[in-house]
Ligand binder design. Structure first.
Ligand code: SAM
Length: 129
């Protein structure tokens, strides 16, 4: 069991270093290149469609687990959803926090591990993209 825990921690650390490294370039691409902006828009349309087609209650509060630099939470917040984004990699949360300030978008951003969540029934929808 200890070996499994150690392996898990090693993988999580390596993954976080990788995503920290990519974070800055990816954020620039997503915000500035048209094809990324278009893909993001299609994904937001898909999410809104999924909310309206499949939800069993009205969707207002959304949690995005492993939100990265927040591209979905920003898009959804601009559409009026009350969004929380959680990611393990601190650099990604920092980029999202800076962007929220810069763009004046209200989203809650948290650093944390998706396997250690303690929420019960706080959200109407949970994303993991
Ligand atoms: C492929 S990116 C996806 C980011 C975002 N959902 C998107 O679609 O742009 C995967 C993200 O998962 C995060 N991640 C990996 N393991 C995690 C964990 N255990 N808990 C929370 N976030 C994690 C990484 O830091 C990275 O930002």
């Amino acid at each position: 069991m200890k070996r499994l825990k150690d392996t898990r921690e090693t993988v999580l650390k390596a993954s976080s270093a990788y995503y920290a490294h990519r974070a800055y370039y990816e954020d620039l691409l997503v915000q500035r290149q048209r094809r990324f902006a278009e893909a993001n828009k299609r994904e937001l349309n898909f999410l809104e469609h999924a909310f309206s087609a499949h939800a069993t209650r009205p969707i207002k509060k959304v949690l995005d687990v492993a939100c990265g630099s927040g591209r979905h939470v920003f898009g959804l917040a601009k559409l009026g959803y009350d969004c929380t984004g959680l990611d393990y990699t601190p650099e990604r949360i920092q980029i999202a926090t800076d962007r929220a300030k810069r763009e004046g978008v209200s989203v809650k951003l948290l650093q944390g591990d998706a396997t250690q969540l303690s929420y019960e029934n706080e959200f109407d929808a949970v994303l993991a993209l």
